[in-house]
Ligand binder design. Structure first.
Ligand code: GDP
Ligand code: MG
Length: 430
């Protein structure tokens, strides 16, 4: 899993022009990986469309490689999928927990109590779950461990009544957490109750707790809860398991909110603030995409490639002269070559074996050529070689070597162009 995606990304390496086929392939692999991670089909399609159109329409910023440009777009669109950046305020607030039974609400309530307590806030917890037997004991046990007051009325069947009584009991708490019932399925009673609790508590936040393993049902659950109480944050639990949490992204999209926390274990400490980079890495089953992009950025630095000179339709000695000039600024030829679209084209070793010193010699030799010769190198015959070598203070051997080098370059560039519509030269030369 994810290796196809890695390969697809690799295929973009070294390209200086947006290769539609390569982007299509990358997007296809991305789709496969995201769908396997339970991301909703509609979301995946929207993401694919955005990546494709942006990759093809947006020009890579100057000095940025195509690969880096495309990866950046992929990364940005994935971050978009994660929803809004949710800030957690460290002040007085009431948080209403929503979600179906088993999603991890009670456990997460305990974890949140711990989180805010560690931030130096006074926390109080109310158990408003009148559905699950033992709900109060479960929450109370968690709260006792961390010395947080927990209000509940075991046996009482009216959740609103419990919360009504609990609020004055916990009036010293700065952060009030309300754990609710979940039931097994979405039922009107459950929805009516949570609406009433929301109205009563005037909750600052209404966070939806979603099991990472929940697939496509996440969307419907989120839609119902959102319609009822306006969910403003999602918590994904059980991320310590094998599930990638992709299903929860439809809850994020459905509510227009973002991911607040990640539950990463069964203990009260296993709560993490959401980090899009690590979430995306996990979703894709590959290393940190963001740091990959940053590394690429560093590697490329502010080098500018004069693709113009490299890729002119007609490659003359004059072009080679300019090319050698620009190569001087660019660094080792091999490195420059590695940034060109070389897919399928063999670069002869000769092409690399040109040292900076030799380049200087070549330029001196070319300075002894006539304009005609520079524009039409094929006319350089034996006697011309003699004349040029004399003028440049070089040997005829050196001149012939230069001509051989020129032919190698010409063939190589012809090879690029020979790849036909695969690369958009016009775009590249902009
Ligand atoms: P609720 O019905 O929504 O209140 O869910 P609970 O809080 O009772 O959790 C249901 C089960 O999921 C329990 O066995 C919890 O220990 C477990 N659980 C909750 N969050 C996590 C988590 O982040 N990681 C793991 N491994 N288990 C969790
Ligand atoms: Mg519970």
């Amino acid at each position: 899993l994810g290796t196809g995606l890695k390969d697809a990304m690799k295929k973009l390496a070294g390209k200086t022009v947006i290769d539609k086929a390569a982007v299509d392939e990358l997007v296809k692999d991305l789709q496969r990986v995201l769908l396997q991670s339970d991301v909703n089909v509609k979301l995946v399609m929207g993401l694919s469309k955005a990546i494709k159109s942006r990759a093809l329409e947006e020009e890579p910023p100057k000095g940025m490689s195509v690969r880096e440009h495309v990866l950046r777009i992929v990364y940005q669109e994935l971050v978009n999928l994660m929803g809004k950046d949710v800030t957690v305020t460290l002040g007085p607030q009431t948080i209403l927990m929503a979600g179906l039974q088993g999603s991890g609400k009670t456990t997460t309530t305990g974890k949140l109590a711990r989180f805010f307590q560690r931030k130096g806030l006074r926390v109080g917890v109310i158990c408003a779950d009148v559905f699950r037997p033992g709900a109060y004991d479960q929450l109370k046990t968690l709260c006792n461990k961390i010395n947080v007051p927990c209000y509940g009325e075991p046996g009482e069947t009216d959740a609103v009544k419990i919360v009504q009584n609990g609020i004055p009991e916990l009036k010293n708490s700065e952060v009030l957490l309300i754990d609710t019932q979940g039931r097994h399925a979405l039922e009107n009673e459950l929805i009516d109750e949570i609406i009433a609790l929301n109205e009563l508590t005037k909750a600052t936040h209404r966070w939806l707790v979603i099991d990472a393993a929940l697939g496509q049902q996440a969307r419907e659950q989120a839609a119902r809860f959102h319609e009822a109480i306006n969910i403003d944050g999602v918590i994904i639990t059980k991320m310590d398991g094998t599930a990638k949490g992709g299903g929860a992204l439809s809850a994020v999209a459905e509510t227009g909110s973002g991911i607040v926390f990640i539950g990463s274990g069964e203990t009260i400490e296993d709560l993490e603030r959401f980090d899009p980079d690590s979430f995306i890495s996990r979703l894709l089953g590959m290393g940190d995409l963001h740091s990959l992009i940053e590394r690429a950025e560093e590697a490329i630095g502010d080098q500018e490639i004069d693709v113009n000179a490299m890729m002119k339709g007609k490659f003359t000695l004059r072009d080679m002269y300019k090319q050698l000039e620009s190569l001087k600024k660019m660094g080792p030829l091999k490195q420059v070559m590695s940034m060109l679209p070389l897919g399928g084209v063999e670069i002869p070793q000769d092409a690399y074996d040109v040292t900076g010193k030799k380049m200087e010699r070549y330029k001196i030799i070319m300075d002894s050529m006539t304009s005609e010769e520079l524009d039409n190198p094929s006319m350089i015959s034996g006697s011309r070689v003699q004349r040029i070598s004399l003028g440049a203070g070089a040997t005829p051997e050196e001149v012939r070597e230069l001509l051989k080098y020129y032919k190698t370059m010409q063939r190589t560039l012809k090879g690029f162009r020979g790849m036909g519509g695969k690369f958009n030269m016009q775009r590249m030369m902009k």
